[in-house]
Ligand binder design. Structure first.
Ligand SMILES: [Zn+2]
Length: 66
């Protein structure tokens, strides 16, 4: 049986067990949330993508025209 390694906790488990799981490719919801948190923290930001930061949503704060 093929095994899959959780990208978060490095835990190995039978692939068949998770391929139908909503948490795939993670072993559990907890690891899925950990991965999401890393995304939000910018840990996965790719090199060279910093130019896109120039379009910050914060710009909308300057539009207080009321
Ligand atoms: Zn895991």
């Amino acid at each position: 049986m093929p095994f899959h390694t959780c990208p978060i906790c490095r835990k190995r488990f039978p692939y068949k067990k998770i391929e139908n799981s909503p948490d795939f490719p993670f072993c559990s919801r907890r690891c899925k949330l950990v991965d999401l948190g890393r995304w939000l923290e910018g840990e996965y930001v790719l090199p060279g993508s910093e130019e896109e930061d120039s379009e910050k949503p914060d710009a909308d704060k300057d539009k207080e025209e009321e």
